[in-house]
Design a protein around this ligand. Structure first.
Ligand SMILES: [Zn+2]
Length: 280
């Protein structure tokens, strides 16, 4: 039987992403506030309207700054995944800093949900050489930070040797499941304008054109695969602003009409695990 899963995922960064980039003045902080105070309630209302359960990756910074808002997300039945403590990508942290952040945010997740997170998504999608080992050590079932497939999960390798002047040597597969993502299916680079002294993220694309791309990807999966999962990544402060909310609603309607099955990433990972048990 054909089955095409759709995971709507929300990286609830609030202002943590700006802080991690050194942007701590009132305006960038207010962009994060918008995500927590205005956009998240809108998104929760929309998901409730369509009875969709989604996955929320929440940095420890947001969990500790907005405990009540995070509780609303959890109480609505959504999955709470791990997204670091600060929003600094693990690739820029020492092993000790990475593990401390992993533990600190996980304690907040346990406080909120009664259990440690099963799923992890690295801030800004950049794992360190220690991430896989640490995720396995701390009981994670899946990661959602890599791009090695588009619609089919896979097992994460450990111990690759990647150097500038030699061919890549690949390590062994582990039981950690990769739930792959893509910048094309992420609202942030399409829409968000950010300017610093050193760089500019232009963003501000026409949302209708982006919607077309997002639907085309689902249609391709439906045509080519009997079983597949497509993971869309949103940020409340990006997708929750004004007219973009109607693009999110159009996406939901269109995919529903095309036979999509909406589920959390944890549930999709567990389906994959049953279909392809880890052999070691
Ligand atoms: Zn994030």
């Amino acid at each position: 039987m054909k089955r095409h899963l759709v995971c709507l995922t929300f990286d609830f960064d609030a202002m943590s992403g700006f802080i991690a980039r050194g942007m701590m003045s009132a305006t960038p902080v207010s962009r994060g506030e918008f995500g927590a105070d205005v956009a998240t309630p809108r998104i929760l209302e929309l998901l409730k309207k369509y009875r969709i359960l989604s996955s929320w990756y929440i940095p420890g910074h947001t969990l500790e700054t907005y405990p009540d808002r995070c509780k609303e997300v959890y109480d609505a039945g959504h999955e709470i995944g791990h997204h670091g403590w600060s929003h600094v990508p693990p690739a820029l942290l020492s092993r000790q800093e990475e593990e401390e952040g992993l533990i600190r945010a996980n304690e907040q997740i346990k406080k909120l949900t009664g259990r440690y997170a099963r799923g992890y998504r690295s801030p800004a999608w950049d794992l360190s050489p220690h991430s896989v080992e640490l995720l396995l050590k701390h009981g994670f079932i899946y990661d959602s930070s890599m791009m090695g497939n588009d619609f089919t999960p896979y097992r994460v390798r450990q111990g690759d040797s990647i150097t500038l002047d030699k061919p890549a040597v690949f390590g062994k597969s582990t039981r950690l499941i990769e739930m792959p993502v893509s910048w094309t299916l992420d609202d942030h680079p399409h829409f968000e304008f950010i300017r610093t002294k050193e760089w500019i993220l232009p963003g501000l694309m026409n949302a209708n054109l982006v919607l077309d791309d997002w639907i085309n990807d689902f249609n391709y999966m439906k045509k080519k695969l009997n079983w597949g999962v497509i993971i869309y990544t949103f940020h409340p402060y990006v997708i929750g602003r004004g007219g973009r909310m109607s693009i999110l609603e159009k996406l939901i309607k269109k995919l529903k009409d095309s036979g999509a099955v909406f589920t959390t990433v944890e549930a999709a990972a567990s389906e994959y695990d049953k279909k392809h048990p880890f052999k070691g």
